[in-house]
Design a binder for this molecule. Sequence first.
Ligand code: APR
Length: 261
Amino acid sequence: MPTDGATDDIERAADLLLRARHVVALTGAGLSVESGIPPFRGPGGLWTKHGEPPMNGYQRFLADPAQAWRERLAPSGPMRELWKTVQAAQPNPGHHALVQLEAIGVLGCVITQNIDNLHRAAGSRRVAEIHGNALLIRCIGCARRFQRDEIPLEDLPPRCPRCGGILKSDTVSFGEPIPPDVLAECFAESDQCDCMLVAGTSATVYPAAQFPLDVRQRGGALIEVNPYDTELTPYCAVSLRGPSGTVLPQLVTRILRVRGL
Ligand code: APR
């Protein structure tokens, strides 16, 4: 059971969410930790353990797309660890809580930095995947996306069935510009947002980290869900300290009670 202070925080957060006009959730790797996928930074982080990867992943892809695909299909080191956990992962109560908030009309959209498809797998409908989706393949020519199993991977790099362009995993590599369609969707949601639920992110990677700062700048409220302080903590109206798989369901319970549901 949460302590009195934590209960008060849950109540304050629920009140902010219920009074808001347009709520957006910004999520990161911490949301999927309870699904068995390690975070990148902080305790147990992949980059903490193995060091940050080179920032020129996209340039290396463009220089030799066939080799990049061979590495993608037979990953090593931290990427091998990441893909193994992503393939085995299932949504956790944190993902399901966001689905509930959307279903009762409190949450308008999820902007996620996660490439693990778990928000969609849980049933979230309005999801903007700013760093792409590991189950999708995208053409770097016409930007069209395909389900991974639609594309034969015998000849590398695979080619776009529509324009013949080079196909790449939809996940955004370091050094790659965020695809314009998803970036526009994120800004459209963030620009309308007056209350942002920032869950499981260190809020250090841009452009995603800009959204909560913009909301705060416009006088909106930030609610943080994270076991630890982050760079965003000083700007938050409420910081809910705990794992998102525990805290987000508590928030839903409180909101349903207030709504008499
Ligand atoms: N519940 C909620 N938050 C958690 C949990 C949990 N169970 N466990 C850890 N966290 C928090 C950590 O305290 C940390 O603040 O989740 C955050 C994860 O931060 P990062 O590992 O930096 O992940 P993220 O913010 O998503 O990284 C952004 O960086 O490396 C790139 O492309 C990668 O999308 C990623 C981006």
